[in-house]
Design a protein around this ligand. Structure first.
Ligand code: PXG
Length: 290
């Protein structure tokens, strides 16, 4: 595997960063997780746009333009002969000193890892996930806005540990007001009486690219989709529930905190959206192999 670091490719063994990089010292940086399907990078522009939005929010000076970063992403896939996989693109604040002042970091570093995708077990999609609400609440947007896809994921990791302790793969995270925010690495959706709902960004959800795609797909299918604040009660009494994310795509949820969702099987609209999403990943995206 060849890994891109600041314009050069390195083998896995030689792909290293400085111990003075503030990405390592402080989690000071941002990232994206992107899929490549059938030789096309899916929603590349959307991911690069979100990365730049994260950079803006943390006052990180991007060392490359949108176009250069898109090209570097595509080139890294091509360099690895990767046609189906997962791309991790990260930008760290760069090398500074031991103090936390980012002004001491001269130049941000860009790292692109294009790897095979570790797909979730088929069973999750066939039978649906069982998930739980966890005690760790989502970061306050007035403290560290969850819309920033930063390298500091401890909030999500603590929630993930709590989910794992409960024997679950994913967790519902609430915000400090008790409204549903999202899961540790996925957005959450419900269906009720034929309408679709997902928490608003203000509740602490990431502006998920799969989330956005699914909202578009639902609306194109004539399903009303809105973003109200949701409580656990709303989730428990939903007809259907599913999670969305770049890695997971669309995963049905059949049990939350011991409450059976709907009839306990993946829902009909969830299945329809899964199919619509799959037809999109077969044809959409930026072509990388001519
Ligand atoms: N919420 C959070 C907190 C995320 O990190 C999503 C939602 C889904 O967004 P997209 O744009 O992918 O539809 C994410 C992104 C993992 C992992 O290994 C998952 C993400 C990021 C990093 C690692 O599960 N998902």
């Amino acid at each position: 595997m060849k890994i891109y670091i600041d314009g050069s490719y390195y083998s896995e063994q030689d792909a290293k960063v400085s111990v003075f990089d503030h990405g390592l010292l402080y989690g000071d940086g941002i990232f994206e997780g992107i899929r490549i399907y059938h030789g096309r990078v899916f929603k590349l522009k959307e991911h690069i746009d979100r990365l730049f939005a994260s950079a803006k929010a943390i006052l990180l000076n991007m060392p490359m333009t949108h176009a250069e970063l898109m090209k570097a992403t595509v080139d890294t896939c091509r360099e690895n002969g990767l046609k189906d996989g997962y791309i991790r693109l990260l930008v760290t604040r760069g090398v500074g000193n031991l103090g936390l002042n980012p002004n001491k970091c001269k130049k941000a570093s860009v790292i692109i890892i294009a790897d095979k995708i570790q797909l979730y077990p088929k069973e999750y999609y066939d039978n649906g996930l069982q998930i739980v609400t966890v005690p760790t609440t989502r970061n306050l947007h007035s403290a560290l806005n969850p819309a920033i896809k930063s390298l500091n994921y401890l909030n999500n990791i603590l929630a993930k540990i709590e989910a794992n302790n409960a024997g679950c793969e994913e967790a519902i995270m609430l915000n400090s007001e008790g409204y549903v925010a999202e899961c540790t690495g996925d957005n959450v959706f419900i269906l009720k009486n034929g309408e679709m709902f997902t928490p608003p960004l203000s509740a602490g959800a990431l502006y998920g690219i799969t989330r956005n795609t699914v909202i578009d797909l639902a609306r194109a299918a004539g399903i009303k989709a809105s973003e109200p604040n949701l409580t656990r009660y709303d989730l428990f009494n939903a007809d259907e529930c599913f999670l969305t994310g770049t890695g997971a795509e669309i995963v049905p949820v059949v049990k939350i905190d011991g409450r059976v969702i709907g009839d306990g099987k993946p829902g009909k609209i969830t299945r329809m959206l899964e199919e619509a999403y799959h037809s999109l990943t077969k044809v959409s995206g930026e072509p990388i192999y001519q």
